[in-house]
Design a binder for this molecule. Structure first.
Ligand code: UT7
Length: 317
């Protein structure tokens, strides 16, 4: 499998740290130094499916493909206003595709999980062209009174077009059940038969625990995919990592003992856009001419679950 097109859609509203400090006990200095985030872009007037469809159309255009060329659409999303039907089925109608569609939810790891599923379909010969969209609006499930979590997130969509090829060298995903460190319990409709405490909660996060688990599991995954490819860390040209906290990215980098130039980041502008961070950063690096044919890329992400994933991809192989 290989990636032949990328696309991004960013919402219009820029929310700076100073804007959040107007209603919350926080400040630009704390957020910038502890997370690396300066601002995030949030959905205000649009719907998430607008962003998802926009990113998808741009990815198709960059791949030189039509929506009707796609054999499958996978959309990674944690939560949006539709529980059903799937976001991917709404996007299918907007972009005028005709293929089957489904959504996945593996939190911030969704892009890696989507790549893994797409690879299984493409390797089996069942499908040739797959559109993978990551569309997220965490601003609508975090608690804007919780300064520990709401300052971290941004909304956005990123998409890639996948087809047959030799680019993907190795992909792994893992899960270690830790439902209490990062979760969002959505309110369901009342039922006359329910006799239990529903305990609805906006996003809850044990930040320090997530931080430690993120660094150890991502470092472990990255070392594992690299060694399973018969490579050493310095063979990787670019690490396109989940953008959650600049200190997490830097700790992973230090464990691998590699230079900063190999770890691009953009969370100063967008914050943590959940599963959309990697396709957005990939698109940005490609447009900036930072990725050449034959370069070895490493993607790695972590998120609620606790879920993780990593892969090695040779660009344009
Ligand atoms: O995709 C996965 C999503 N989640 C993550 O990746 C989160 C990973 N964790 C983190 O990024 C960090 O743990 C945080 C950014 C959430 C917190 O940073 P930290 O360095 O671990 O800070 P802390 O939780 O140890 O808090 C230090 C202090 C506390 O005050 P006291 O107890 O020392 O007086 C907090 O109450 O900072 C305080 N604090 C804040 N102060 C100003 C926490 N949030 C804020 C805030 N502004 N927004």
């Amino acid at each position: 499998m290989r990636i032949i097109g990328t696309g991004v859609s960013i919402p219009e509203l820029k929310v700076t740290n100073d804007m959040i400090a107007e209603f919350l006990d926080t400040n630009d200095e704390w957020i910038s130094t502890r997370t690396g985030i300066k601002e995030r872009k949030l959905i205000s007037t649009k719907n998430l499916f607008h962003l998802a469809a926009d990113a998808a159309s741009k990815a198709l255009e960059s791949a030189g493909k039509k929506a009707t060329d796609m054999d499958l659409i996978i959309c990674s999303n944690v939560a949006n206003s539709y529980i059903t039907p799937s976001l991917s089925s709404i996007v299918q109608g907007i972009i005028k595709a005709t293929c089957p569609c489904f959504d996945i939810n593996n939190a911030c790891t969704g892009f890696l999980t989507g790549l893994d599923i797409a690879d299984a379909y493409i390797s089996s010969g069942k499908y040739k062209n797959i559109l993978l969209i990551c569309a997220e609006e965490p601003s609508r499930f975090c608690d804007w009174g919780d300064r520990n979590a709401c300052i971290l997130f941004g909304d956005a969509a990123g998409a890639v077009v996948l087809t047959e090829g030799e680019g993907l060298k190795k992909i792994i995903t893992t899960t270690a059940s830790m439902p209490d460190v990062l979760y969002y319990r959505r309110k369901l409709e009342p039922s006359p038969f329910v006799k239990k405490d529903e305990n609805y909660k906006a996003l809850q996060m044990v930040g320090k625990e997530v931080f430690k688990t993120a660094v150890t599991s991502s470092t472990r995954d990255i070392k594992r995919v690299i060694s399973e490819c018969g490579m050493v860390p310095s063979d990787v040209d670019l690490f396109v990592l989940h953008q959650a906290n600049l200190r997490i990215i830097d700790s992973i980098r230090q464990h691998l003992d590699l230079p900063e130039e190999k770890f691009p980041h953009n969370l100063d502008k967008y914050g943590n856009t959940s599963s959309a961070t990697i396709p957005i950063l990939l698109d940005e690096q490609l447009k900036a001419g930072k990725i050449k044919n034959g370069d070895i890329l490493c993607f790695s992400a972590f998120g609620a679950g606790f879920s993780t994933g990593a892969c090695i991809m040779k660009w344009n192989a």
